[in-house]
Design a protein around this ligand. Structure first.
Ligand code: SUG
Length: 417
């Protein structure tokens, strides 16, 4: 079968909660202390996957990690029972759901050895995310074990922060054609941490064997980071030959667009002016944290969170775009509110891998019957609600470990336990 884009969504884990751990992520910090609904959150994610299947797209999954992360607490010389509340919250985060931060992917047509390269993201900037890579790497090594087609790399060493695909874009005339890979990094300074360091981006490009003539390193604008764009995928998204971006996403947009047009003359840049949609509205609505996908018909579609409809300036702009002659012809809305309240939109929840599905371990691919079986486990075992006080409850920790074990057993993935 030909190369195709597979979206791997992180299944929302049973400890999903609002602990406000992500400085610079305005949704997460403003919802700190709220009651979360892990069961509803996971079912929303499953409904999004079903909607993608209905559009004719290939769909995969990544599994929740073990929480609390006893191995991490152990390495810190403590245990869930006696860890302070801050460390415990960091050990309980369900943040692996945001699969866009799992790894950076360079599809086979872009790499020197003709294999798809994947580098697990080290996520070193945020403590609650810094212990994800081990659990992610274990899954990447299983899902992409076929070394004839895939090369899986370990994390870039600290202190060079790497946030994975959330700060990486690929443009190509078709999924199977050589692409232009764009690494978007944050400059140091500003009110909030810049999580993607250029040193990490350059290392990933070297490890993947990318052609320097088709690889760009682009700085995020300080304004975007200061407005809460802790990842580039909150202000820009690319697919096929379309770049959809906010006017203020990049430090030097004219230089970037010129470089891009030189490498890819037929690129279509859909730029949203700040005069139509402010950075604040773009970030509130997650307009750019959409999944920009190519449908089997060849049409481009934008899969948006319902917050885009609820933000008047954004909805007006989208209506105008659809009525016009642009390359994005269709919009679809999905409800992922529980994840959105932690700053994770539709695009954060998925990792795109361009590959032949026949080369991927089938346990990581889903159709509707498999999603039914996952939804059944979620409905029976995921907590309905978690309050801040619940985080120190041994009963919650036990339920979380048991719920995940049930899911892994059903999916025949016990080796991840
Ligand atoms: O890293 N939220 C995540 C959201 C990640 C969104 N991903 C992309 N944009 N691709 C983050 O900030 C909140 C968890 C908390 O605060 O408890 C959190 O980690």
């Amino acid at each position: 079968m030909a190369l195709t884009e597979i979206n791997f969504d992180g299944i929302v884990g049973p400890t999903h909660n609002y602990a406000g751990l992500s400085l610079g992520n305005l949704a997460a910090t403003s919802n700190a202390g709220r009651t979360s609904h892990p069961r509803a959150a996971a079912l929303q994610g499953i409904a999004k996957m079903r909607a993608n299947l209905a559009l004719g797209l290939a769909q995969g999954i990544f599994l929740p990690h073990r929480r609390p992360d006893d191995a991490w607490l152990d390495a810190l010389g403590t245990h869930a029972q006696d860890a302070d509340t801050g460390l415990l919250a960091n050990a309980l985060s369900a943040s692996p759901m945001w699969a866009a931060n799992a790894a950076t992917i360079s599809p086979a047509p872009d790499t020197a050895d003709g294999r798809c390269h994947l580098t697990v993201a080290n996520l070193v900037t945020m403590p609650h995310r810094s212990h994800e890579w081990q659990g992610t790497l274990a899954q990447l090594r299983l899902a992409f074990a076929d070394t004839g087609h895939f090369a899986v790399h370990g994390p870039i060493p600290a202190p060079f922060g790497d946030e994975g695909a959330a700060n990486h874009m690929r443009l190509a005339t078709s999924h199977a054609a050589p692409g232009v890979e764009i690494f978007v990094y944050g400059e140091k300074g500003g009110a909030f941490p810049a999580r993607q360091h250029v040193e990490a981006s350059r290392a990933v490009a070297r490890l993947h064997g990318l052609d320097p003539a088709r690889t760009l390193f682009v700085a995020q604008s300080q304004d975007a980071i200061a407005a809460g764009a802790f990842h580039n995928d909150v202000v820009a998204v690319a697919n096929g030959h379309v770049l959809f971006t906010h006017e203020q996403a990049f430090a030097d947009r004219h230089g970037f667009y010129a470089d891009l047009r030189r490498i890819m003359p037929d690129v279509e840049i859909v730029e949203v002016p700040a005069a139509r949609i402010s950075l604040a509205d773009a970030i509130r609505s997650y307009l750019f944290n959409a999944q920009l996908v190519t449908l089997p018909t060849g049409e481009s579609a934008l899969i948006l969170p319902t917050e885009a409809r609820d933000t008047p300036a954004v909805w007006r702009w989208l209506q105008d775009m659809i009525a016009g002659n642009g390359p994005i012809r269709r919009i679809e809305l999905v409800d992922v509110r529980e994840s959105m309240s932690n700053g994770g939109g539709p695009a954060c929840l998925r990792l795109r891998v361009v590959a032949d599905p026949a080369t991927v371990d089938p346990r990581f691919l889903v159709d509707n019957p498999r999603l039914d079986a996952i939804a059944d486990i979620v409905s029976r075992h995921w907590p309905e609600a978690i309050t801040p006080a619940d985080l120190s409850s041994p009963a919650l920790w036990e339920q979380a470990v048991h719920a995940r074990a049930e899911l892994l057993a059903m999916l025949d993935l016990r080796e991840l336990i």
